[in-house]
Design a protein around this ligand. Structure first.
Ligand SMILES: [Zn+2]
Length: 83
């Protein structure tokens, strides 16, 4: 079985994974955040919204904060699966 994929339109600027947490973009809010900030909505609310001008000027969260956040996000997702 072969599968052909045809891409219609220019999607070279689109992203499908958050550049901070590496999770896939799923919701429409994720894609809105992704288009402007290359992040999912969760990361936008956690790291970017409080300092949008800083983010646009290149300010990024500390690696330890991102790692702590990813650990929490992973635990929350595990709980969702167990329900
Ligand atoms: Zn993210």
């Amino acid at each position: 079985m072969s599968t052909n994929l045809n891409i219609i339109g220019d999607c070279s600027e689109d992203i499908f994974y958050c550049t901070i947490c590496k999770y896939p973009l799923i919701t429409s809010k994720d894609f809105v955040s992704g288009a402007e900030f290359k992040s999912c909505n969760d990361c936008f609310l956690t790291f970017i919204e409080s300092d949008i001008s800083g983010w646009k000027n290149g300010k990024r969260p500390e690696k330890k904060k991102v790692n702590d956040y990813l650990l929490t996000k992973k635990k929350l997702n595990e709980r969702k699966v167990k329900l």
